[in-house]
Design a protein around this ligand. Structure first.
Ligand SMILES: C[S@@+](CC[C@H](N)C(=O)[O-])C[C@H]1O[C@@H](n2cnc3c(N)ncnc32)[C@H](O)[C@@H]1O
Length: 348
């Protein structure tokens, strides 16, 4: 079916385009057309503007719109569309999505729709929740290339990640940046559960620490952490150590004189390593302790941490709690920033 359009001389076209936009007369689903001397605008009504134009009926080319959301193009029963997840993680060029059980039979169609709607994505993975000590996902490639290795960009940094073998959450980017902002020049920082080293690298790039010791017991995480310190040119400021943090005191005993800051990002079990962190404090240190916890259990956890501190002759000077994100309907991912000092240390 032919559309109504107006033909106007090239010289007057820009003025007319603005007028049509202002009056909401331009049909934006069709392409504006041009020839040697004229421009043709598809319109829903004729302009009242007193400019010489000619009314035409012609075939305007339809503009192909990219879908706003993968939900629009996913080929699944209409009544299930409201179950499609609204959010998912983008790690480099991989989408990692938690698909509800009742939609798993359509997982490949969902993957195809996500690939179509996100031009920069190469692989779509369906993921279960993060499991085990090493906090890895259990991703299944449901569309696109089979590789789970990618390079993720955040704040001008680049991190190699294998989402099958290492933990990585793009949702912690702002938290990493916040911590980097707190680090003062010359600090010695311990990253007890470093993963592929995003906290450590962010700190070196955006603060000026003396040295960071980054621990992880996962060999694969260490492999990627080493690649990442090279990739981001911070190799002289970060020492990567493949070890269990329960051995941290023995390993660091001869190396470190004074620890200024300790990052404990192992949100389900960091409390089990808190005594090791306390033993690293020689005068005063800041601890960034992370937990995934229900609100009702928070007080008890804080008491437990203070008890462990006391047993190690450490007292808390300040303690600030921040919610980072919701984790499940009842659990929160929280950061507790603790300033702690040795009880006999003469520091403010
Ligand atoms: C939640 S991830 C955090 C990784 C990293 N901080 C980040 O933000 O991406 C926890 C990391 O701790 C490591 N891990 C678990 N238990 C450990 C232990 N006992 N000693 C050292 N690392 C451990 C896991 O391998 C994992 O890489």
């Amino acid at each position: 079916m032919k559309e109504i359009g107006i033909q106007i001389r090239k010289k007057q076209a820009e003025k007319m385009r603005r007028y049509l936009l202002k009056e909401n007369l331009l049909i934006r689903d069709f392409k504006i057309t041009r020839d040697e001397g004229f421009v043709y605008f598809p319109v829903r009504n004729l302009p009242k503007k007193n400019t010489s134009y000619k009314l035409v009926k012609m075939d305007f080319e339809k503009i192909k719109k990219a879908p706003n959301s993968y939900k629009e193009i996913a080929v699944i029963p209409e009544e299930l569309k409201n179950k499609l997840p609204t959010s998912y993680d983008i790690i480099g060029n991989i989408i990692n999505i938690k698909i509800p059980k009742e939609l798993m039979q359509y997982k490949n169609r969902i993957g195809t729709a996500l690939l179509k709607a996100n031009k920069s994505i190469r692989t779509v993975c369906a993921t279960t929740s993060i499991t085990g000590e090493l906090r890895t996902h259990n991703p299944e490639v449901i569309s696109g290339k089979k590789s789970t290795i990618t390079i993720h960009k955040e704040y001008d940094l680049r991190f190699y990640v294998d989402i099958r073998k290492t933990y990585f959450s793009p949702r912690l980017a702002e938290e990493r940046r916040r911590i980097a902002n707190l680090v003062r020049p010359g600090e010695i920082v311990i990253d007890m559960f470093a993963g592929v080293a995003p906290f450590s690298i962010m700190i070196v790039k955006y603060a000026n620490p003396r040295l960071i010791y980054a621990f992880d017991k996962n060999k694969d995480a260490i492999k990627y952490a080493l690649k990442n310190v090279k990739l981001n040119n911070v190799i002289d400021k970060i020492e990567i150590i493949n070890a269990d943090s329960k051995n941290i005191n023995r390993i660091l005993d001869k190396k470190v004189v004074k620890v200024d800051r300790i990052i404990m990002n192992l949100p389900f079990s960091a409390h089990k390593y808190f005594s090791h962190a306390m033993k690293l404090i020689s005068e005063k240190s800041v601890i960034h302790y992370y937990a995934i916890i229900e609100k009702q259990n928070l007080d008890e956890r804080l008491k437990e941490l203070e008890k462990i501190a006391n047993e190690n002759k450490i007292s808390f000077i300040t303690r600030k709690i921040r919610k980072i994100k919701s984790y499940s309907p009842r659990e929160f991912y929280i950061a507790i920033d603790i300033t702690a000092k040795k009880k006999d240390a003469d520091v403010a």
